[in-house]
Design a binder for this molecule. Structure first.
Ligand SMILES: Nc1ncnc2c1ncn2[C@@H]1O[C@H](COP(=O)(O)OP(=O)(O)OP(=O)(O)O)[C@@H](O)[C@H]1O
Ligand SMILES: [Mg+2]
Length: 239
């Protein structure tokens, strides 16, 4: 069941159009990944989904509700949250306080939700009273994801959650992402590492120069010459 549907999204910065005609879906309980060369528009698309940037054309639907023109601060409680690549935790607050901040946008008491989340993120449970600034980069990324999950979203959008992490911690983060999908959330992940994307995702979209150049199941995508696409020989690779 699609938790997120985008139809023909065009967006950019001011008059500078960066992405155009982007249509995709993210289903409940699955991992959908967006890969593509630097500057392809992956982060621009992620920011457009959650209202940081505005669509110039197209529609964004979450849980059957059109959120295209919804103010960004209302989108989390309507089911979709976003974790940016950098500056994604409050370094002066403790792990617990960061999670509490995440819960502010939730309806009702979030104590029980925090318990559920800490049961999934065992590294964070051990560090619950620690200031976020003292966590490793990988743990900070997990905290940012955990904080976003406090509102029990239907869709979580992650922008390169493993960038700059050691291979070992990259595995930890991806394992957590898989657990999040298993709880029934639709996970949309921007990933710079093609191998990891193919290993963990169910569906893959390859963005090239602001378009959704190629998409399919992981098995379908693995049949293509991805190196050629990434090196800019996109036309050759598709035929
Ligand atoms: N704040 C901004 N203002 C103007 N142009 C921007 C801004 N941020 C990004 N761009 C431009 O938009 C294009 C797409 O950038 P974007 O960050 O979406 O790419 P990306 O696919 O996420 O790349 P990367 O793999 O490097 O993270 C680039 O040409 C970039 O220069
Ligand atoms: Mg980016």
């Amino acid at each position: 069941m699609p938790a997120l549907v985008t139809e023909n999204i065009t967006a950019g910065y001011g008059r500078n159009i960066i992405i155009s005609g982007i249509s995709l879906t993210a289903d409940v309980g699955t991992i959908t990944t967006i890969i593509g060369p630097n500057g392809a528009g992956k982060s621009t698309f992620a920011k457009t989904l959650v209202g940081v940037l505005r669509t110039q054309t197209g529609r964004i639907v979450v849980n059957d509700k059109d959120i295209t023109k919804m103010p960004g601060h209302l989108i989390p409680r309507n089911g979709m949250v976003y974790v940016p690549q950098n500056d994604n935790v409050f370094v002066n607050l403790t792990v617990r306080e960061n999670l509490e901040v995440g819960g502010f946008a939730a309806k009702g008491d979030s104590t029980a939700r925090m318990g559920e989340i800490l049961d999934i993120f065992t590294d964070l449970k051990k560090a619950v009273g620690k200031r976020a600034g003292f966590l490793s980069g990988g743990q900070q990324n997990l905290l940012a994801i955990a904080r976003a999950l406090m509102v029990s979203p239907t869709v979580i959008v992650l922008d390169e959650p493993t960038a700059g992490l050691s291979p070992a911690y990259t595995d930890v983060v991806w394992n957590q992402v898989e657990m999040i999908a298993k709880t029934g959330t639709a996970v949309l992940v921007v990933e710079q590492n093609v191998e990891r994307a193919l290993k963990h995702a169910d569906f893959v979209h390859i963005f090239v120069a602001g378009t959704n150049h190629l998409h399919g199941t992981t098995a379908e995508i693995a049949q293509h010459d991805l190196a050629a696409i990434f090196l800019g020989r996109a036309e050759a690779a598709q035929s």
